[in-house]
Write a protein that binds this ligand. Sequence first.
Ligand code: HEM
Length: 483
Amino acid sequence: MANGCPLQDPLLTEGTRDNTAPNIKTSQLIQDLNVLDTIAHITHERIPERYVHAKGVGAFGTFEVTNKDFKVSDYSDAKFLSEANKKTRLFARFSTVAGEKGYPDTVRDLKGLAFKLYTEEGNLDWAFLNPEIFPIRDPSKFPSLVHASKRCPASNLPDATMFWDYFNNHPEGYNALMRIFSDEGTPVSYSALQAHSVHCYTFTKWGQWKHTLVRIKLVPDRVIDPAKDYFDLAGAVAKAGADPDWLTRRLYCEIDAARKGDPGCQFPAWKVMAQLVQDPSQSTVNIFDSTKILSEKTFPWKEFGKITLTECPQNFFTQVEQAAFNPANVVPGWDISPDPLLQIRLFAYGETQRYRLGVNNDQLPTNRPCSYVYSPTRRDGAYNMTNYANARNYIVPGDNSHPPQNYNTSFLQWSGSLERFKSEINSVDYQQCNDHYLGLSETMRKHFVDNVVASLSTATKTQQDKALGQWTLAAISPQLTPS
Ligand code: HEM
């Protein structure tokens, strides 16, 4: 029993029986303590699923400093970056975004690629994305974007009209749609995907009062062949029916095969790269606009690390479902930035996790830092497991007798007037759509059109016409006929 009392046999039930009339006069006693306890528990087994990114898979591995193209410790004081070959343990979770927990993995969607690095200075969380940009730059649009990508409130069905109606009215999202509707939106494996920070973060050097805005991307360590590594429309649709958990299974299989040393099998691995934005005035787009990529020519990508995943989880619920990634989890030397979307994310993740997992979710095994934590005013609350015994629950000057050498503080100077505004749509919003389309191979362009038509053909004629209007603005609509 849960109270520690041994059971004669957990499958016995306690009831009344009339041996002269088997099966008729038989009943169950409600005083059967074992049955009561286990039934009461199973009816409470489910916790709320993540509101977005509900379907996911996780694995453990390491981050290693490579300093291949530059010495990252010249820009950041973070101890886990201090020297080449230094390794830090991490947990990764990959997810689809709009679908629920049981949704098929190969339905077209953005993908979340989240990493929790257990550094000696606390947990650093990267909640990254594929593609490299997000459909919005104004946080106030997030609820509309999510509602329109999920199910219709009346029918509870995914609804293409809702989806296209949203994007046709908020066309800054078209740049992300260009990527989502390419074959990269239906990868064969999570290990074939790039992961992007989307926002700028800030590398800081405490002693030199130096800060450098930086976007991060993870690039698969193996060569990616779109023909083999991405599904086309027919392949994705077939796989959704044949194996709805394809991406989940595939990650486990890749790790298991590499552990066994199967010929030609490698652990999933990524190069970690930085786009250092030393002079933001060189950018032709707002560097805090999540719907835009930053020019690679102006701000070249440079490699400084490597991530390798080597261990499957031992328990999905404890390690993957209870994982709580939060962009607010940063460490000295790796700071946030003023990007408006990032600022609101600093609130959203902890807030939803207090609802989904409880106020003490940071004490769960998968979220607990490996560094020393002493936070005596955080007391009590549901399921508190480390409550500092009889230590003082308030702080007085001098309590922090071993302050850290480096810590994050706001390095950026703010100026400007307080305003209420909505960002406006202009020609720059369409330019990157066009650039992306022109960068696709002939086959990928055809597939892009097939993928769009499959979705748009189920929306109303009004939304089809509006979508064609948007692509005309991006100067790519004439090619929008299926192959
Ligand atoms: C205003 C913008 C956004 C808001 C309000 C928001 C909110 C959320 C929320 C509430 C969750 C669920 C977290 C949980 O239950 O643990 C989530 C998950 C996630 N978000 Fe966002 N999000 C935003 C934009 C973004 C962007 C721009 C990225 C990528 C750069 C991103 C990446 C992720 C990832 C990877 C997860 C899944 C984490 C996991 O595996 O548990 N989100 N987001």
